[in-house]
Design a protein around this ligand. Structure first.
Ligand SMILES: NC(=O)c1ccc[n+]([C@@H]2O[C@H](COP(=O)([O-])OP(=O)(O)OC[C@H]3O[C@@H](n4cnc5c(N)ncnc54)[C@H](O)[C@@H]3O)[C@@H](O)[C@H]2O)c1
Length: 310
């Protein structure tokens, strides 16, 4: 593939930082953008940015919701991962953050980068709870301000750009955000202090390894696709949260301690990725097994604790 000028937003984020590294390793000319102050965890974003800096990759500070975006025009491809993720935190005051960083930021970026190929990171949460594998043409049912903000961002992208919309399903792996379940569970096991377990733990998810998500995102930027294509990017094998806890316990030799909490608002019972379209149009399927992906994530937690504790 020829070297393209790619803008990656959310570059100091969990998924975005891996994406930037993969694109740079592939020889692409990348402008990595983030507004670290807007991250749900500033500490995590700073650590990711520092890791990129060590690899010789600079992240340009631009707040997509307020700053001048003219220097982003002229990109061949825009991979838009910046935003305010998280279902639970989007209720109450968090709703305004979700709107600002998921909707306003997307609207402004689309306007600034008209003509570029635009890949939008959306979310499985737009489907609500799944009773069977979700297909991209299914009716959506956003059950949280976060899901609603992602649905709105999708509509803006459909209306304004040559956009491809990727609905990511529960991503995990090294650098996973500290508010996410596997991160909390692994830290709880390593610390011996309990992590909250929301609801009855019977929820299940299409947990998807970050390396697979990055591979799909790069394919979506390269493969010719009709504008407005929506693709589920998820592992079609769903796993229960309790089962995941058991697997983490087996890998670590100690089951993460948990403390029961009420079901969180907007927390759906099941997500389930139907991936026929991604397989047909991208030639992509998730390859990494949960055990393999969890082992990578656990190694990352151990390495970072070693650095922190000297
Ligand atoms: N992690 C998942 O399981 C998952 C699932 C579905 C969808 N997604 C979507 O994928 C994308 C990346 O998720 P993540 O888990 O890596 O999140 P993350 O919070 O780690 O990364 C998002 C980054 O966006 C940046 N950002 C926020 N607002 C900004 C703004 N106004 N201008 C510039 N940068 C801004 C943040 O500083 C942060 O570094 C998000 O859009 C998220 O909604 C993630």
């Amino acid at each position: 593939m020829p070297v393209v000028r790619a803008v990656v937003t959310g570059a100091a984020g969990f998924i975005g930082s891996h994406l930037v590294q993969a694109l740079v390793a592939g020889g692409h000319d990348v402008l990595a953008v983030d507004a670290v102050e807007r991250a749900g965890s500033r500490e995590a974003a700073l650590a990711n940015r520092a890791e990129l800096a060590q690899a010789g990759i600079a992240v340009t500070e631009i707040d997509l919701a307020t700053d001048d975006l003219s220097r982003l025009a002229g990109a061949d491809v825009v991979l838009h991962l910046a935003g305010r993720p998280g279902v639970r935190s989007s209720f109450g005051p968090g709703a305004a953050d979700a709107h600002r960083d998921n909707v306003i930021a997307t609207e402004r970026l689309l306007a600034a980068c008209r003509g570029a190929r635009f890949v939008l990171a959306s979310s499985s949460s737009v489907y609500g709870s799944a009773e069977r594998p979700c297909a991209e043409g299914d009716r959506i049912d956003p059950l949280s301000p976060y899901a609603a903000s992602k649905a709105l961002a999708e509509q803006l992208a459909q209306a304004n750009g040559a956009a491809v919309i990727l609905r990511y399903f529960s991503v995990y792996g090294p650098r996973q955000r500290p508010d996410m379940a596997f991160h909390r569970f692994i830290e709880a096991a390593l610390d011996g202090s309990p992590a909250p377990l929301y609801g009855d733990g019977r929820q299940s998810r299409s947990f998807t390894y970050v390396g697979d998500v990055v591979a799909a995102t790069i394919r979506a930027a390269q493969v010719p696709l009709p504008a407005g294509t929506v693709l589920n990017i998820g592992n079609p094998h769903t796993v229960g949260v309790r089962d995941a806890l058991d697997r983490i316990g087996t890998l670590l030799g100690t089951r993460p301690p948990t403390v029961a909490k009420d079901a969180a608002p907007g927390d759906v019972t099941r997500t389930w990725a139907g991936t026929d379209r991604a397989a047909a149009l991208l030639g992509w399927t998730a390859r990494t097994s949960l055990d393999e992906g969890l082992a990578h994530q656990i190694s990352w937690h151990r390495a970072r604790r070693k650095v922190a504790h000297g």
